[in-house]
Design a protein around this ligand. Structure first.
Ligand SMILES: C[S@@+](CC[C@H](N)C(=O)[O-])C[C@H]1O[C@@H](n2cnc3c(N)ncnc32)[C@H](O)[C@@H]1O
Length: 180
């Protein structure tokens, strides 16, 4: 899938993608600077899309570590399957609310999300965040990029600590929320 096909898939499904552009490299770097990816053994990404965040994770990932990427669009999954043929990267065409089905009791060091929470039904949001909290190790972090500061209240319902930073180097400017 070329860049224009990826953007067409993004625009054609605005109610589930919730964005007009993919994350900039600067935003991906800002998000990933909040995590020690190299030392992680299991990472989960929610909302893989075009693979912009996935690529940043893969560039930093230990060869013995595993990355599971959840994405509901079949077209995005097919594209990411081609981009990331590595054995330790699994592209999962399922909703993030089903994380536990794929972990087999394992816990993740980081869950990195670009899910459009403002567009997701309340009961599904809560299920995703409940699943995420219980899928993390006791020292694990849930890290979210989003465009609305108000989402902090949603994350505070599920996590004790939420630290927020901001970058102008994305269209639109974005927040990175680190939750634990
Ligand atoms: C804003 S896009 C982010 C894409 C890319 N990661 C980026 O940062 O540019 C959000 C992605 O989440 C996916 N998505 C939406 N709801 C989802 C869900 N419940 N489970 C998994 N993926 C979902 C959409 O299909 C879309 O690809």
């Amino acid at each position: 899938m070329g860049k224009s096909d990826l953007l067409l898939e993004l625009y054609s499904n605005l109610s589930t993608t919730g964005a007009l552009t993919f994350s900039s490299k600067a935003l991906v770097n800002k998000m990933l600077s909040q995590a020690n990816i190299k030392s992680a053994k299991l990472i989960v990404e929610l909302g893989g899309g075009d693979g912009s965040i996935t690529q940043g994770i893969v560039d930093r990932l230990d060869p013995d570590a595993e990355l599971l990427v959840f994405e509901i669009s079949k077209s995005f999954c097919n594209s990411m399957d081609k981009l990331f043929p590595q054995e330790n990267v699994k592209i999962i065409n399922d909703s993030a609310e089903n994380i536990d089905k794929y972990l087999n009791g394992r816990k993740a060091d980081y869950i990195l999300s670009s899910l459009p929470f403002s567009f997701i039904a309340p009961e599904v949001k809560d299920q995703i965040l409940f699943q995420s909290k219980s899928a993390l190790t006791t020292s694990g972090y849930f890290i979210q990029i989003c465009y609305s500061y108000l989402l902090k209240n949603l994350f505070k319902k599920h996590f004790e600590m939420v630290n927020t930073s901001f970058t102008l180097k994305n269209l639109p400017p974005a927040f990175v929320m680190v939750c634990r």
